[in-house]
Design a binder for this molecule. Structure first.
Ligand SMILES: [Zn+2]
Length: 573
């Protein structure tokens, strides 16, 4: 590709609306342009990155035995209504009415359509296992699209679905996809962490996410530096070891809790300020309805309830926060003054850390009143004590009890064992060896194609611009002709450009009539792994200067050694 024939509109200024590094650099490098909120055009350099990522994904999915399909993005609304997921996705689904006044949606994901397709076209166990995938655009009406192409309303996803006759088959299909994902992210040059995850809106049993650590990432995970265990915060178990420190008050152990007036102080911070105490000495009481029964969850004031864990400890299928009426009924007080002491008619579930607090503060189940001097072991009796809170930094690892780190990450991939959630609901069955009808055991597997690009920029960029891993760079090599008005330089540039292309390298020839300084700046901004400079060195002694973007390393190379040298550099990167 010649720069003069492409469209790479680089910008000197930092665009005002961009916050994230990848957003700034992809705009400045002319990779993307914004059309509307959360909607972007990919220009030639940006789309080359997307195509390269897609090609790697395709190769590895094919190698893992998956077959590619292309499913529609435009659906009749019934598809999501029948599966019950219209409610799950809620306002995230983009809806419209067609000319016949029929309700339609733009697909946010494809479980329903693929399950129905297999239901209607596969009949026997002999046709299994089957894994189908596609690379296609999805739509979600994000509340707050942001960070450029990291959180958008329209994005390209690779989604795959496996169909097996039994759990062993699912395990094998899942492992094949897991292996393919590792190869994909390795070939894209990403540093990634695989974390245990909740299956969320998708349901199912096992689920893991592929995360790229980044401060701007929307997802949080904990990772143990000692044994390597990593889990999404929605899932992360907390070790019961010595990391769970007790919090001791400074009050004298007296005869029992005492009432104090805390007018209008409802939140933890308000109460802590009012009573001059710390949130970690307070016991927060949150009321839920678990499968129709009231439940009071206790966590320390500086902690948050993890509803997934709470539901598991309670053994509930459905867990919803109690509303104001329910809270008043159960506690006899307005919202904000609930506490476990004297609370009856409700199961009390305490987080382990609550039981380590002494001389605690909690609501008195009475308007504008709290209790101080509460001793958990003496003053109330929980039905269950367990791990029901969200992990925080330095919490002990559930495997080895060493303190774990809490990090932000960009989720680039996700693998789920779905089981029969969709096949059961949609009547997708096959005939087994003995002629019985059984539902397919399914898995589903997603990769965010655009996010891989943004995550790579976030991870590797430096003060001069993007630094692409060679596998997904817009071009591997940029040949910079420093003066196109000099025929000797223009001819030599053209010659090496053609040689390198013929040698299988992906080359961009900067043949613009521009100053050398801006060619260097633009090449660094675009982050091509290797630059070949055709300038003074060539005029002097016929040598080409080769520069490596990542390390800054440079050397003079003769024309006949150029291709070999560049292949070696790329190999090493
Ligand atoms: Zn550990």
């Amino acid at each position: 590709m010649r720069w003069s024939r492409s469209l790479i509109p680089t910008l000197k200024e930092v665009p005002a609306e961009a916050e994230a590094k990848s957003h700034v650099l992809m705009l400045r490098g002319g990779l993307i342009r914004k059309l509307g909120s959360g909607v972007y055009s990919y220009l030639p350099a940006g789309f080359r990155v997307i195509r390269k990522i897609s090609a790697i994904v395709r190769e590895e999915m094919d190698r893992a035995g998956a077959a590619e399909v292309l499913l529609p993005a435009l659906w009749p609304a019934e598809v999501l209504e029948e599966s019950g997921r219209m409610e799950v996705f809620g306002a995230d689904v983009i809806r419209f009415r067609d000319r016949h006044n029929r309700q339609g949606v733009l697909a946010p994901t494809h479980e329903e359509v693929i399950t129905a397709l297999v239901r209607d076209n596969v009949t026997s166990y002999k046709q299994l296992p089957l894994t189908l995938y596609q690379i296609q655009t999805k739509f979600r009406d994000e509340v707050r699209p942001r960070f450029g192409v990291l959180r958008t309303r329209e994005f390209v996803m690779k989604d795959a679905y496996s169909f097996d006759a039994g759990p062993d088959g699912l395990k094998k299909s899942y492992e094949a996809m897991y292996g393919a994902y590792c190869r994909i992210f390795d070939r894209c040059g990403l540093d990634y962490v695989v974390v245990e995850a909740e299956s969320g809106a998708m349901g199912g049993s096992r689920s893991q996410e592929f995360m790229v650590r980044s401060d701007i990432g929307d997802d949080k995970y904990v990772q143990c530096p000692s044994c390597g265990h990593a889990a999404n915060v929605e899932k992360a178990a907390i070790g019961a070891g010595p990391g769970e420190k007790s919090v001791e008050g400074d009050g004298e152990p007296g005869g029992g809790p005492g009432e104090v007036s805390t007018p209008g102080a409802r939140t933890i911070d308000e109460v802590a300020a009012c009573l001059d105490t710390e949130p970690n000495r307070m016991i927060k009481t949150l009321l839920y309805v678990a499968d129709g029964r009231p439940v009071a969850a206790l966590v320390r004031g500086d902690h948050d309830v993890n509803e997934n864990k709470l539901a598991r400890v309670v053994g509930a299928d459905e867990l919803v926060p109690g509303d104001a009426d329910m809270i008043e009924n159960v506690t006899g007080a307005p919202v904000g003054f609930a506490g476990p002491v004297g609370l009856s008619g409700v199961d009390i579930i305490a987080d382990r850390s609550v039981m380590q607090v002494t001389d605690a503060v909690t609501g008195a189940n009475k308007a504008d009143t709290h209790l101080t001097g509460v001793e958990p072991a003496r003053d109330f009796r929980p039905e269950k004590i367990g791990d029901i809170r969200a992990a925080v930094d330095s919490d002990p690892c559930p495997r080895c009890n060493q303190p774990m780190g809490l990090h932000h990450g960009i989720e680039v991939g996700h693998v789920f064992q779905l089981g029969t959630k969709y096949s059961g609901r949609l009547g997708a069955e096959f005939l087994d060896e003995s002629g019985r009808r059984r539902p397919y055991i399914m898995g589903c597997y997603g990769i965010g194609i655009n996010r891989i690009a943004a995550a790579a920029v976030e991870t590797f960029a430096d003060e001069h611009g993007m630094v692409w891993p060679p596998g997904i760079a817009p071009h591997q090599v940029a040949v910079l002709c420093l003066n196109t008005a000099k025929p000797a330089l223009a001819d030599a540039s053209q010659r090496v450009y053609e040689q390198l292309l013929a040698d299988g390298l992906d080359v961009l020839l900067d043949d613009r009539d521009a100053r050398p300084g801006s060619k260097f700046k633009d090449a660094d901004l675009l982050g091509f792994p290797v630059k070949v400079i055709v300038g003074r060195g060539y005029e002097k002694n016929g040598m080409f200067e080769v520069q490596v973007r990542k390390s800054g390393e440079q050397k003079d190379v003769a024309e006949d050694e150029l291709a070999g040298e560049i292949h070696n550099i790329i190999e090493r990167l």
